[in-house]
Design a protein around this ligand. Structure first.
Ligand code: ACO
Length: 332
């Protein structure tokens, strides 16, 4: 069974409620129709009756819940929560009200925070920054986590590497500034994400242009230090570095460049040394190897909120909703 079909089955087994705030985009309704028909999740769409009538006409949305952000009986509860959460920033009730009606992603995050939804998916017509900023501001990180990062679950066809062609690539979406501590944290979170979604043992490679000291530069030292920190923080984890990509993936190269490593040549969780490398890396594999790229899926947030590519199809939204629902199952 394809990766995403397994995830959909897992989502159906314990249905969660996922909010879709992009009522201005027809793909939202096309995806919602499929999600509801397949029973993957309960769906809430945020929008005015005019928006829903204009963009959702012709779709069978039986079972969906519609929330009008101007007339919702819970509106005051969300305004109060917004003000409470942003008290240190001095947000007033008027500003909260304006923000959450101007940008429905804020509304969606408040629904999650107040327990009225289990997760949210947006980004079909909003940039990554605009999609995730409300989640960073209102939902914040899980306890003990300093930084949210974004991974792609890559499904490479006819591939003998990774877990039968399945990989986690991170960080491909969020952090523009990496130090060794952040890289180590991303490694730990990515291993958890791999285990949760693929249900197999993560083998984490900390990538560089150097393998085990073959090159000397501050960029290499940053990754090597991250490896040391990660070993201390996650002693049980199969993790190695710094490794070049071929040493991470190809057994013969791994054996030559990092002899004795249990990760080199067998990695399934790839931690990139910068956002440039991660973002370019996943797109190369997606385009040249015709790989499935699910994400960016956010890790480290207190509740699951996920982004979409603006070029996405309705089926991509269905897949990311299923992943979000499975993440929500971990939160209880
Ligand atoms: N983890 C946790 N919290 C964070 C993080 C993070 N990684 N980054 C920012 N925050 C918090 C800040 O602490 C701040 O909290 P506060 O308001 O309570 O003080 C809040 O989020 C807003 O942070 P800012 O730095 O003011 O927001 P900004 O918009 O500048 O940055 C963002 C956040 C959106 C994540 C930014 O780093 C960004 O744009 N990243 C790159 C996104 C991108 O373009 N990715 C590539 C495309 S994705 C693709 O190709 C599919």
């Amino acid at each position: 069974m394809a990766f995403i079909d397994v995830i959909k089955e897992r989502a159906k087994a314990n249905k969660k409620t996922i909010v879709l705030p992009e009522s201005m985009d027809k793909r939202t309704y096309e995806a919602a129709e499929k999600i509801l028909k397949e029973g993957i999740a309960n769906i809430v769409i945020i929008g005015t009756p005019e928006e829903i009538e204009k963009n959702g006409a012709g779709f069978d949305l039986t079972g969906a819940k519609f929330v009008d952000p101007y007339k919702d009986p819970n509106r005051q509860k969300y305004i109060d929560k917004f003000v409470e959460l942003r008290a240190k920033k001095g947000v007033t009730p008027e500003q909260a009200e304006e923000q959450m009606t101007k940008d429905y992603m804020y509304y969606a995050c408040l629904m999650c925070k107040c327990g009225d939804a289990d997760g949210a998916v947006s980004g079909a017509c909003h940039s990554t920054g605009n999609t995730i900023r409300p989640a960073l501001q209102l939902l914040k990180t899980k306890p003990g986590i300093s930084s949210v990062s974004g991974f792609f679950l890559m499904e490479v066809p006819n591939c003998e590497f990774g877990e039968n062609g399945l990989f986690v690539f991170a960080d491909c979406a969020v952090n523009t500034d990496f130090d060794s501590n952040k890289l180590a944290e991303i490694a730990g979170l990515s291993a958890e994400s791999f285990k949760m979604l693929v249900d197999a043992e993560p083998k984490v490679a900390m990538l560089s242009y150097s393998s085990k000291g073959s090159a000397k530069h501050d960029d290499v030292t940053k990754v090597a230090e991250a490896v040391n920190i990660a070993h201390e923080k996650f002693p049980e984890l199969q993790l190695d570095g710094e490794l070049q990509l071929d040493a991470a993936l190809v057994p013969s190269v791994g054996e030559a460049k990092a002899p004795g490593s249990t990760v080199a040549g067998h990695a399934n969780t790839l931690v990139f040394p910068s956002l440039e490398a991660g973002n370019i890396g996943y797109k190369l594999v997606q385009r040249l190897a015709k790989a499935g790229a699910y994400g960016p899926v956010l890790q480290g947030l207190s509740m699951p909120v996920n982004d979409l590519s603006r070029g996405c199809f309705a089926d991509d939204i269905v897949g990311v909703v299923a992943i979000t629902a499975v993440q929500a199952q971990q939160n209880g």
